[in-house]
Design a protein around this ligand. Structure first.
Ligand SMILES: *Cc1c(COP(=O)(O)O)cnc(C)c1O
Length: 392
């Protein structure tokens, strides 16, 4: 479907320096979310190297940005889309529809028809009603059945809202066969920011048995397994490096029956490290013996991931020296919940000083609001062309 991505290409990704950030702010102002396409390439190659037999489909949801799509398009990546809006975004970047899979387990007839009209043919279903929606489209569409493996340990457990019980798969395959709807394979998504690869290993193991049983019972010849996203990135604390994280997954994939192609839908792993949020101090006050610094970005903006995604980003001021004191960072809205960090050790800041959040590419700007009519951060992509790293 998609051409093989280039493997093991050298990339040169370094975090943006304070000087680079200051010069971007001089041009674009704040609040700003800088997306470093060199980091996108680096992460894509790192995951490709860790899972060399697996086709990667970037899940747009965490950072649906045209320059991210264009960067991944040029690397040969596939795309995981869930809505008509996401399809429009990849189309606008010239991505062939054959490189897209539609992975939303629940969608309206209108969404299905729109996706088919654009040439997207591979979909996900997890229940009888959803399979029946594909009867009129059975000549063009094919399905993956999404199976649920509960993962209470993941920070965000996506296996509660979607996915059928493994035991329901034979029945769903039978139903699809009766309707003439082609089922190509199985998919799962064990959660996001998954700490331990064991859950993937268990899920692959269970899927292998389901695939074997389906072949044995002549229910379907399943030849595609989609292992979802969830690969973790470090938010200041240590996480298992991606090579070591994927080793047991790779070992387990090697036990799949012959002829089963494997794909994955990484989102956060590709986009997270690429984002740097830059905000300015727009006001300050001393309250109860502590400095409160009010920024032009906050929980209703780029830092919304602290609420929706339970993330805690590495944050620091740049270009300021001096002794550090426990301080409070607050967002710009009038809402009292809009506090980014209590008790953060910062040097004394003045109005106009810059505060930078790292690893803020995924699940940040994507769900920012303009509550209180406060504008969202402007997104600026840098290093859009491969090659020597610059910041413009
Ligand atoms: C959100 C989502 C992803 C991406 O998950 P990450 O944890 O960001 O890698 C992949 N697949 C599906 C179906 C999703 O809903």
């Amino acid at each position: 479907m998609s051409k093989a991505p280039p493997r093991r290409q050298r990339t040169n990704f370094r975090p943006l320096t304070a000087r680079q950030i200051e010069s971007l702010v001089a041009r674009h102002g704040t609040p700003l979310l800088v997306v470093d396409c060199a980091a996108i390439r680096h992460q894509y190659h790192a995951l490709s190297a860790a899972l060399p037999e697996v086709g990667l489909f970037y899940a747009l949801k965490p950072l649906p940005h045209p320059d991210v799509v264009a960067t991944l398009r040029d690397l040969g990546s596939g795309f995981d889309v869930a809505t008509a809006g996401e399809i429009a975004l990849v189309r606008a970047q010239g991505v062939a529809p054959g490189r897209c899979i539609h992975t939303h387990p629940i969608k309206s007839d209108g969404e299905i028809r729109a996706a088919l009209r654009h040439g997207v043919r591979r979909f996900v279903a997890d229940n009888p009603d959803e399979i029946r929606k594909f009867e009129p489209h059975r000549r063009r569409a094919e399905l993956l059945l999404r199976v649920s493996f509960r993962n209470p340990a993941a920070v965000v457990d996506l296996s509660r809202k979607f996915g059928c019980e493994p035991g329901a798969v034979p029945h769903l395959l039978e139903l699809a066969r009766g309707l003439g709807v082609k089922v190509r394979g199985l998919s799962f998504h064990v959660g996001s920011q998954v700490a331990d690869p064991a859950k993937y290993v268990e899920a692959i193991d269970a899927c292998r048995e389901l695939i074997q049983a389906a072949r044995r019972e002549r229910l379907a010849d399943l030849d595609l397994l989609d292992i979802g996203g969830g690969f973790p990135v470090p938010y200041g604390e240590r996480v298992t490096p991606i090579g070591a994280f994927c080793r047991p997954i790779r070992r387990e994939l090697a036990t799949l029956p012959p002829g089963v192609r494997v794909i994955a839908e990484p989102g956060r792993f590709i986009a997270g490290p690429a984002g740097t949020a830059v905000a300015s101090v727009i006001g300050r006050a001393q309250r109860e013996g502590r400095w409160w610094y009010y920024l032009d970005d906050g929980l209703y903006g780029s830092y919304s991931g602290q609420l929706f995604d339970h993330a805690r980003y590495p944050i620091d001021a740049i270009g300021v020296r001096g002794p550090r004191h426990p301080s409070v960072l607050a967002g710009p809205t009038c809402d009292s919940i809009d506090v980014i960090r209590e008790d953060i050790a910062l040097p004394g800041l003045n109005l106009g000083d810059l505060v930078v959040g790292r690893t803020m590419g995924a699940y940040t700007a994507a769900h920012a609001t303009d509550f209180n009519f406060i504008p969202r951060a402007r997104i600026v992509a840098v290093n859009r062309r491969p090659g020597r790293q610059r910041a413009d």
